[in-house]
Ligand binder design. Structure first.
Ligand code: F6R
Length: 265
């Protein structure tokens, strides 16, 4: 696992964009159209802004990209501004020119959410391996919406959000916790492990404890983010605040400083 500690959230956004861009290039080098795994929430926004900038100013192309979402709320109607399909369209995919038909997420608006998980697994299998999966982490250590207690081998399915996560996400619903859906459909931890590269981004003091638990604590379903320790290629990008509880912070800074010139992300 590579842990990259950077001074500011803006630095994190640029490094995450570098890592995503590198993964797109690797997929193309292998002759496969890239599949980009996207997260929503606040954490990826600076990286998305940077990718949009590179698309508009530096001609970074997404024409051949398929985008797959990590998760979706159950019960928000299609087009609801806080449905993750709509958020990702607004924050990234429209702006970088990814064909809407090539943007996929679990179907949280349909009549049968229980069937949506297996259907999404099928879609992911057909889309081919995810070249890079971007992740945030919840204040309780969740990744995707795999709340504490989620099986480390889980596949896409319906989950019930903790009250903590609903409270954390109320800010997207005008501060009204009752407006935050109780249920979600999320890629499972086992599903997430199937991506070729995992990039987790976290910024701010509020993420210091879950980051330390996920990166340095025991691998346990009680901290779903700790499943990252089981993946052979993980990049954790944190600002100094989110990395402030890492016991090995100095070592990570040393490794970054002495990275080989062509080592890349
Ligand atoms: C969102 C997702 C969640 C968020 C996490 C952190 O698609 O999968 O795991 O990444 O809740 O959210 P923010 O970034 O808003 O703090």
């Amino acid at each position: 696992m590579e842990v990259v500690l950077l001074p500011t959230p803006e630095n994190c956004g640029r490094v995450v964009a570098d890592a995503l861009q590198a993964a797109l290039a690797r997929a193309r080098d292998r002759g496969t159209p890239p599949v980009l795994g996207l997260a929503t929430g606040s954490s990826p926004l600076l990286a998305y802004r940077e990718l949009v900038r590179r698309h508009t100013e530096e001609e970074l192309s997404f024409a051949d990209v398929t985008a797959v979402l990590l998760d979706e709320y159950v019960g928000l109607p299609v087009g609801h501004p806080e449905s993750y399909r709509e958020v990702i369209r607004r924050e990234l995919t429209d702006a970088v020119g990814i064909d809407p038909a090539q943007v996929h997420g679990p179907d949280g608006a349909g009549p049968d959410p229980l069937a949506a998980g297996p259907a999404y697994e099928e879609l992911l299998r057909a889309a081919g391996p995810v070249a890079v999966q971007l992740l945030g982490i919840g204040t309780n250590g969740h990744v995707g919406f795999n709340e504490p207690g989620s099986s480390l081998a889980s596949r896409t399915r319906v989950k019930t959000l903790t009250e903590q996560t609903r409270a954390d996400n109320a800010r997207f619903f005008g501060g009204d916790v009752d407006a935050v859906p109780r249920h979600v459909i999320t890629q499972g931890l086992g599903t997430i492990l199937g991506a070729q590269h995992l990039v987790l981004v976290a910024t701010g003091e509020g993420k210091a404890a879950p980051v330390a638990a996920a990166v340095e604590g025991p691998v346990t379903a009680s901290v779903p983010g700790s499943v990252l320790q089981l993946h052979p290629r993980v990049t954790v990008v944190v600002d100094e605040a989110a990395g402030s509880r890492l016991a090995l912070a100095d070592h990570h800074r040393y490794v970054l400083e002495h990275k080989l010139a062509d080592q890349g992300w």
